[in-house]
Design a binder for this molecule. Structure first.
Ligand code: HAM
Length: 422
């Protein structure tokens, strides 16, 4: 038997209601904040991600699904591991900053990373991604954070923790990275192999290390918060002041550097203890140099992405949804034409109606109607056919009535309207 690829999962019809709920919540809430949807391709040129996310990151170095295109030029393509780089490419390509007076967008869709699969970590997963461009003021950082938290609340999530940091900018970070590297070199022999390598290639990544033996050393390292330039310090202070004004609680963590290289200044994550090892529900931050680095104008940017699998896992279960309002149970094949005509009338009137195409016995059809959550079952057997009527059973009150064939559609429609209004 052919099975699904390791690290991918089917979202089955029984689960899809929860997905619809989080998708609808996104469309509704983000519109209130002035964000509009953008849809970019699932694959892009490999160099977009290599340049955007950073060649030394785990994502680019180890996790991308990359393959040559079937062309003469030997273009290298990659399945998107995240949405930000593709959105930035689209902003530049279509000069969106020149035409949109408030360039705020969001996207929903699958991303691909070849990570080791475990609970909450997949090789194909889905993100909700939100990005705002061209605003320097710290108030946009706060808006994005508030939007992220409002979204979690709209999805019924109450237990989560906001973690906040500032990683500086092109002016102050290089000096900090050098300070960090020197401090790390002093401990080099006592660090794990990965951190020994990162000391030379990308010292900030060391702050992300989870190896227990390394933690004491990492805690003793110089902190970025003590090495920010005046502009970054002021920016971060204002972010914190506005968060306090809006009564948004958070925890500072000087180790929150995130796994992508494009961040400047504010970085944040929301975690939930209920998720276990993969506890990050969403993460994001500012990326003021990225648009320019990818060949666009000098446009600041900030955003976040949230893992939908993780969100759905945390959501309280929704109500069991009924599959149909009315079920037509035909017991004699000669009556089937009536069912075909009536079901179409009902569907046109917006009523959800199902019929048993196999026209089995009454007991089996009633059982099926019950399982599908039908509110009304209209039955036509020999007797009903002779009198040109249906026996309509109200499944909630277990009462039944005879209704003439020509009136059935209207009868059910009215009942449904009455119920909806009540
Ligand atoms: P990220 O932290 O790599 O950031 O991913 C954001 C979220 O995607 C994570 O918090 C997690 O919920 C989910 N996620 C990531 N990898 C997996 C996986 N293998 N399986 C399941 N869920 C996963 C970004 O992607 C940035 N582009 C966010 C951003 C947008 N920054 C600025 N704008």
């Amino acid at each position: 038997m052919i099975k699904s690829i390791r690290g991918t999962r089917d979202i089955l019809p029984d689960e899809v209601g929860a997905w619809h709920r989080v998708e609808q919540a996104a469309h509704q809430l983000f519109a209130r904040y002035g964000y509009r949807e953008i849809r970019t391709p699932i694959f892009e040129e490999t160099q977009l991600f290599a340049r955007g996310i950073g060649a030394d990151t785990d994502i680019v170095a180890k996790e991308m699904y990359t393959f040559p295109d079937r062309d003469e030029e030997k273009t290298s393509l990659t399945l998107r591991p995240e949405a930000t780089a593709g959105i930035v490419r689209a902003v530049i390509e279509h000069h969106l900053d020149q035409t949109d007076p408030a360039l705020k967008v969001y996207a929903l869709g699958p991303m691909f990373r070849r990570e080791r699969p475990q609970k909450g970590r997949y090789r194909q997963f889905h993100q909700v991604d939100v990005e705002a461009f061209g605003i320097e003021r710290p108030s946009i950082d706060v808006e994005i954070i508030q939007l992220a938290l409002d979204y979690l609340r709209a999805c019924g999530l109450t237990e989560s923790q906001l973690i906040l940091n500032s990683v500086g900018d092109a002016k102050c970070r290089p000096a900090y990275v050098e300070t960090l590297r020197s401090a790390l070199r002093a401990h080099k022999d006592r660090l794990c192999a990965d951190c020994q390598r990162r000391t030379e290639t990308n010292p900030l990544r060391v702050l992300d290390c989870k190896v227990p033996e390394d933690q004491a050393i990492i805690e003793s390292l110089p902190k970025i918060s003590d090495h920010l330039c005046a502009e970054c310090r002021d920016h971060f202070a204002e972010v914190r002041r506005e968060l306090a004004l809006l009564e948004i609680p958070y925890q500072l963590s000087h180790r929150l550097v995130r796994g992508l290289d494009y961040y400047t200044r504010t970085t944040f994550e929301v975690t939930s203890a209920a998720l276990g090892a993969q506890n990050s529900v969403l993460g994001g931050g500012r990326y003021d140099g990225l648009v320019r680095d990818l060949g666009g104008p000098d446009l600041s940017g900030i955003g976040f992405a949230l893992g939908l699998e993780r969100l759905v896992m945390l959501m309280p279960p929704g109500p069991q949804e009924s599959r149909c309002d009315a079920f037509l149970a035909v017991l004699v094949p000669r009556a089937f034409d009536r069912a075909l005509l009536i079901q179409h009338d009902l569907r046109e009137a917006g009523v959800r109606v199902l019929v048993d195409h196999e026209a089995r016995g009454l007991k089996s059809q009633m059982k099926k109607a019950d399982k599908l959550g039908a509110r009304y079952v209209a039955i036509m057997g020999e007797d009903e056919l002779a009198d040109d009527v249906w026996t309509v059973r109200d499944m909630t009150s277990s009462t039944q009535e005879r209704v003439s064939d020509v009136k059935l559609a209207e009868y059910i429609e009215e009942k449904m309207r009455g119920r909806d209004a009540g």
